[in-house]
Design a protein around this ligand. Structure first.
Ligand SMILES: *[C@@H]1O[C@H](CO)[C@@H](O)[C@H](O)[C@H]1NC(C)=O
Ligand SMILES: *[C@@H]1O[C@H](CO)[C@@H](O)[C@H](O)[C@H]1NC(C)=O
Length: 310
């Protein structure tokens, strides 16, 4: 090898290396959260361009949280498999992407929380969370999602909190939440859901909070909430509900807070409250009722009189 070739090779090596690492330059910080220090890699426009500052005694292996705003980096796709470089990653927050690669979280066996916001996704790969058995919190907001692939949560039996607020969801596959027997909170606020499928909620026996505010729901199907044995709070405010039937609910409920503000409710089956021990019933701005009721059903008499069984 001539000297010229030799230096050429070294130069090439540096160029390739720069290319490979430039996608992830970190501005490392320690974030305190509940007395636990998260060693965080914050990727910002500035740090993308110029710096990678390691805290003296830490290495990539210590990074447990990564926060990344791809839009400001001029990048639109999240393809880099984070955990190839940060094997102990527990929390990932991403904003401003247009697609995610199916293998993005594949090597993240310790992942417990993913937050994606202000993205333009429309759809997610079905296997995106297939290897993240410990995933507890998934919060994908304002990301234009229209629906979700049927098997997307098939491996995530430990999911505790699931939030899809502010998307464009019209409908979801029938068995979408089938494996989620530990789920505590499900929030689908600010979407375009017209119809609830009773099968969605069939296996969510641990669910505490169900938030369906700001959709286009016009009726609660028979038995829709029957299996939600632990449900405590149900919010369906800002929808198109007209009638509340008692057969939408099972008996022996723990349900204590119900919000139906800003619907078109004109009739309520009185039997609903034989089954439920609702403490706070919020029914502002409806047709037969415009009030917040605390353990008092007397103001519902007009709604009860209007009721016709389905
Ligand atoms: C979900 O993410 C949004 C956007 O980052 C945030 O405002 C919201 O607080 C998060 N919700 C939860 C329960 O973490
Ligand atoms: C309802 O509660 C009663 C008394 O606590 C109990 O005996 C019964 O099994 C419960 N029924 C259901 C369907 O959970």
């Amino acid at each position: 090898m001539t000297k010229f070739q030799y230096f050429g090779l070294i130069f090439l090596y540096f160029v390739i290396n720069l290319e490979a690492s430039s996608a992830f330059k970190c501005d490392f910080q320690v974030t305190e959260e509940f007395f636990y220090d998260y060693y965080t890699c914050i990727i910002t426009a500035e740090s993308y361009e110029i710096k990678e500052v390691h805290l003296p005694e830490n290495s990539d292996d210590d990074v447990s949280m990564i926060s990344i705003t791809l839009q400001s980096l001029g990048m639109t796709e999240a393809e880099f498999p984070f955990c190839q470089r940060f094997p102990d990653l527990k929390k990932v927050y991403i904003s401003g992407i247009t697609s995610v690669d199916e293998n993005l979280f594949q090597q993240c066996s310790n992942l417990i929380e993913v937050g994606i916001t202000s993205a333009y996704l429309e759809e997610l790969p079905e296997k995106l969370f297939a290897n993240n058995l410990g995933l507890k919190t998934l919060n994908i907001t304002k990301s234009m999602l229209k629906t979700l692939p049927e098997g997307i949560f098939a491996s995530n039996i430990n999911l505790f909190t699931l939030i899809f607020d502010g998307n464009e969801i019209v409908d979801l596959p029938t068995n979408i939440f089938k494996s989620l027997t530990s789920l505590d909170k499900l929030s689908l606020r600010n979407n375009k859901i017209k119809q609830l499928n009773p099968v969605w909620f069939k296996d969510l026996e641990k669910l505490d909070d169900l938030f369906l505010s700001n959709n286009k729901i016009s009726e609660l199907p028979k038995n829709v909430f029957n299996n939600l044995r632990n449900l405590d709070t149900l919010r369906i405010d800002n929808n198109q509900l007209v009638t509340i039937h008692s057969d939408s609910f099972g008996s022996n409920r723990t349900l204590t807070i119900m919000e139906f503000d800003n619907n078109k409710i004109n009739a309520i089956d009185e039997k609903t409250f034989d089954k439920l021990q609702v403490v706070l019933l919020s029914t502002m701005k409806n047709i037969c009722i415009d009030d917040i009721l605390i353990q008092d059903k007397t103001k519902l008499s007009r709604c009860f009189e209007n009721y016709q069984p389905r």
